[in-house]
Design a binder for this molecule. Structure first.
Ligand SMILES: [Fe+2]
Ligand SMILES: [Fe+2]
Length: 336
């Protein structure tokens, strides 16, 4: 059986590593107390703080997935790897303790109550009803909609690997649900049904691939927030349950957001099936995915401790905060 035509291009659409940003290189070589001081100073300027954290976390966390655009993914350099890991640990701490502003988590002691809380949260939060998506449906020009579609491609290009990381460390029902989600991401074994293959179809030929690779330098830091949060939760053992809660929220947003995006695409005449398939398919798949995640929590055995339940809810509230702040900034950017 031959591979479908777009399968030959490297995925994700990134060029090989081109060197560290000078600012990140300086941070890596600074001693621990100087790194801490640098971050503390940045907090007085929220824009500079957010930009520094999210630009560099994007480099450091995407490295954990091993793609060719990351530092020390194709070469052997133990000293650099140690410095990268130390810097990532420090930036993630800054992300959770100084940058993130999640709502307080209620104290719930049963899985059933926590799952009910997740379902209620999914129906009503500042991200699900964000004005960005009403703007896309009603007001955005074709050009702005295409820009947003490209942001979504970059946000979703490695989602199968994110879900693969989610499987690690879960048990029982939660693991089964995450594994089923991963199998869907992998097209249930058919290359042309990989969800990333639908993104390949958005890019089309090698020209589209090149154009995206060229664009990446300009991709704004605030479009990287949710990916950074999720990867930071996925790649550290103590945050497994928080990653589960975070993913639940992201999955629950897909259908309402994509429905409005598709309305906008209709309005401006973007009818091309290759552009739309990723979105139309997900409006059908992801309501089921989010339902499975909350049901998986409800039915989980062995039962989660109150501390683990608290982590699930914390992850969900972190996701709402991160997504809302990302959409606020993207809306401002698109309306300019
Ligand atoms: Fe998907
Ligand atoms: Fe999904």
């Amino acid at each position: 059986m031959s591979a479908p035509p777009l399968q030959d291009l490297y995925w994700p659409p990134v060029r090989p590593f081109e060197g560290l940003a000078p600012e990140l290189a300086r941070f890596l070589s600074a001693p621990a107390d100087a790194q801490a001081e640098r971050l503390a100073r940045l907090r007085t300027d929220p824009e500079a703080h957010g930009r520094f954290l999210h630009e560099h976390l994007a480099t450091l966390t995407s490295r954990s997935l091993g793609y060719r655009d990351g530092p020390a993914t194709l070469t052997r350099d133990d000293d650099l790897e140690i410095a990268l890991f130390a810097a990532r640990t420090r930036l993630e701490r800054e992300l959770f303790d100084a940058w993130a502003t999640p709502a307080p988590v209620p104290e719930l002691h049963t899985q059933e109550a926590a799952a009910d809380h997740l379902d209620a949260l999914a129906a009503d939060n500042s991200g699900v009803s964000h004005p960005l998506f009403h703007y896309l449906a009603r007001d955005a020009t074709r050009d702005r909609i295409e820009y947003f579609v490209r942001c979504e491609l970059i946000r979703n290009e490695v989602v199968d690997d994110e879900v693969a990381l989610l499987v690690v460390g879960l048990q029982g029902k939660q693991k089964a649900v995450a594994a089923a989600n991963l199998w869907d991401e992998c097209g249930r074994g058919r290359l042309e049904n990989f969800h990333t293959y639908w993104l390949r179809r958005q890019l089309g030929s090698a020209d589209g691939w090149e154009e995206l690779a060229r664009y990446r330098r300009e991709h704004p830091w605030y479009a990287k927030i949710t990916s950074n949060l999720f990867t930071a939760l996925l790649t550290r053992p103590s945050r497994t349950q928080a990653a589960y809660g975070c993913f639940f929220v992201f999955e629950s947003w897909v259908e309402p957001h994509f429905r409005l995006l598709l309305e906008g695409m209709d309005r401006v005449g973007l009818h091309d099936e290759d552009m739309r398939l990723y979105f139309t398919a997900h409006t059908r798949i992801d309501p089921r995915h989010s339902q499975e995640l909350s049901d998986g929590l409800r039915a989980q055995r062995p039962r989660l401790s109150p501390a683990e339940l608290c982590q699930v809810l914390r992850g969900a509230h972190l996701a709402v905060d991160a997504g809302t702040r990302q959409y606020d900034r993207l809306l401002r950017h698109l309306e300019r």
